[in-house]
Design a protein around this ligand. Structure first.
Ligand code: SF4
Length: 415
């Protein structure tokens, strides 16, 4: 047994020496280093907590309702809110929404979404928001069917020049006002010439963003955040990884906004979003996230926080560790977990374990701050860390757990 352990430690040591500590064999998440981009008063980048954002689905022209939608998102914990601005009238309405929010005491940074040929709209709305989001595939938009299958080098470059001259005034205004830009590529709306040149691929998505990044760089504008959204998770994963790699290689350390677009609703929408966002975050890629659900926008926020908490990137709630229960379980685990959660869910920052038996429970509590563990039939043990503190009848378990937390000075009354 000792030999096996010694061999394992040697192997681990060899691995550490070969790959260094900053590697996927480590339990830490090492965030990809980025510059900090301010969106209003919210910093985005690797030096800051990962920011949660969403988008209202009210019509921006309906100022009262749009402002109410934004307030609901902020009350749910959303830190940046996006609104759509398909016309100049919508862009002007954002100014009124902003005033109404200020009257209500809401200071959340606002982002305007700009779509087809939207340069005039972007120039107007920039007066009222902290960031604009452009879609490179739609920024200069010729109706489909205009020579989609046959771009000569001259035509490719001609469109590139049109993009540059159209985009430059916006970049200059962003720079003057010290506001932020999201270059938001969507897999489903790549420009015709990108499709022709690179196909419907992550490379095409990355090149779409790089074209705009290079224009910004030439104008010495760097308040840039980039996204590579797709509704198919493997494409989204590949596009973000390639984007991070390409930017790092070329010396552009811009933050990334992560999301799986059109993820749907219910359990599957949540799982699909998590399947896309979590692996990237675990690899250190991503500085702000949005979970897109076909549900009320405020329902997206708890999903974002759960993803961040489960990876240890932000702690916004109690972390519950609970075993799945089995033949050894000494009490109704589901019921007790529910009771413990009801009593303690406001104690943000604590880790609390509820385990069915002492055979495996104490060892598998994952260093929780407190443990509630089945000892013998009708009796539970309370743990502080790995130390068993006291045994009590099961009927007094939750009350005794609260008492123990109070004795340690870690209890606060729920508001
Ligand atoms: S901790 Fe005990 S009761 Fe829970 S699953 Fe493991 S062995 Fe079963």
């Amino acid at each position: 047994m000792t030999g096996i352990i010694a061999l394992s430690q040697n192997m681990l040591q060899n691995i550490r020496e070969k790959v260094g500590t900053n590697s996927r064999f480590d339990t830490q998440i090492y965030r990809r280093p980025t510059r900090t981009v301010m969106v209003g008063n919210v910093p985005i980048g690797s030096e800051h907590p990962i920011v949660v954002q969403s988008m209202i689905n009210e019509d921006t022209l309906d100022i009262e309702n749009a402002a109410r939608g934004i307030c609901r998102l902020v009350d749910a914990g959303c830190e940046i809110v996006r609104v759509t601005t398909p016309s100049i009238a919508h862009a002007k309405a954002v100014g009124e929404i902003r005033s109404l929010l200020t009257q209500k005491g809401y200071q959340v940074p606002l982002v305007a979404d700009i779509h087809h040929n939207g340069i005039k709209i972007a120039m107007e709305v920039l007066n009222h928001v902290d960031k604009v989001r452009i879609n490179p595939g739609l920024f200069i938009f010729d109706k489909p069917g205009v020579k989609p299958n046959d771009f000569t080098t001259e035509e490719y470059e001609y469109i590139g020049e049109r993009i540059r001259t159209t985009f430059e005034p916006l970049v200059k205004k962003l720079k003057e006002q010290n506001k932020a830009l999201r270059i938001g590529v969507n897999h489903g709306s790549l420009a015709e010439r990108m499709l022709f040149t690179y196909g419907d691929t992550p490379q095409g998505m990355v090149e779409s963003a790089m074209e705009f990044i290079r224009i910004c760089h030439a104008l010495d504008f760097h308040n840039i955040i980039v996204s590579m959204k797709a509704s198919r998770t493997p494409i989204m994963l590949a596009a973000y990884r390639l984007m991070a790699h390409t930017m790092d290689k070329e010396g552009y350390h811009y933050p990334l906004h992560l999301g799986v677009t059109e993820a749907g609703d219910g359990d599957y929408g949540r799982i699909k979003s998590t399947a896309g966002i979590a692996p990237l975050l675990a690899d250190g890629i991503g500085d702000t996230i949005r979970v897109s659900l076909t549900e009320a926008p405020e329902k997206e926020i708890p999903v974002c926080y759960s993803i961040l908490q489960s990876l240890g990137l932000r702690k916004t709630m109690v972390e519950y560790v609970a075993c799945p229960s089995c033949g050894r379980t000494l009490f109704n685990l589901e019921e007790v977990l529910h009771k413990v959660r009801l009593a303690t869910s406001h104690l943000t920052g604590l880790d609390i374990a509820v385990m069915g038996c002492i055979v495996n429970g104490p060892g598998e509590m994952a260093d929780a701050d407190y443990g509630y563990v089945g000892k013998t039939p009708g009796i539970i043990s309370l743990y502080r860390g790995r130390e068993e503190i006291r045994k009590v009848p099961e009927s007094e378990g939750v009350t005794a757990l609260i008492e123990l937390i109070k004795e340690d000075g870690r209890w606060v009354d729920p508001v």
